[in-house]
Design a protein around this ligand. Sequence first.
Ligand code: AKG
Length: 258
Amino acid sequence: MSAHCPASRDIPRRTVESFRENGFAHVPRMLSAGEVDSFRTASLAALSAHSKSDDAGATRIISTEHVWRADGPLRELALHPRIGAFAERLAGMPLRVWRGDVLLKEPRRSARTNLHDDETFLPFEGRVSLTAWVALVDVTVERGCMTFLAGSHDRPGPDRVGLPALSADPDGYMLKYWPGLNWNTRVTVPLRAGDCTFHHGRTGHMAAANTTDEQRVSYVVALIDAEATYRPVSGVDVPGELTPGQRLPDDLYPRVGA
Ligand SMILES: O=C(O)CCC(=O)C(=O)O
């Protein structure tokens, strides 16, 4: 699988501006058709080998758990040079990869993904965190594409409200703690297979249920400021024996492009 790595100047300025202003950006054709086929095959194989259900948010998403840590195509996808180059350009700083997983919404058996931000779950402290969400099939509105609250990454404090606040009100906690977000524009982004969105860790987002007859197959790559430190979040496991405040070790949290 060849991966063309774009120079910074090849990343459209409007993509960078969209990310900085809106807290998300859509990148068409992040992967070639050949890459989509082989990464989808690897994703489905990984799901049947080690799937885990996530009923916590009642999303009924079936996901792998840190599948990228094993060698193979799904590690290649997490460390894909094109994804890394875009992510660093959008973030404007060096990053590390800390997660790569397959997400599956089964046809007609899924639920919507509640409105949330990823920093609530984030076991690190850093200047920026972001996620690349890569479509491995066409993901229309009916198949459960994502909707973003434009500009919600750039909201007044508190920075985080913690998992208990989310658990108490999984769908409403963002609007409760940051009521101004009720008025942010919501942008729904259907993706063709091979397209990708990037969203900031503080950007509110949600997704529809998959009401089609085909599986929704996607892959998420989570990235964090290269200088981030460990900040435990109760109930969120991280690889490695980290102590609070510790910088993330290169072997377990590889630098983009390393
Ligand atoms: O795939 C979904 O429905 C939600 C994914 C998500 O919340 C994320 O990637 O941060």
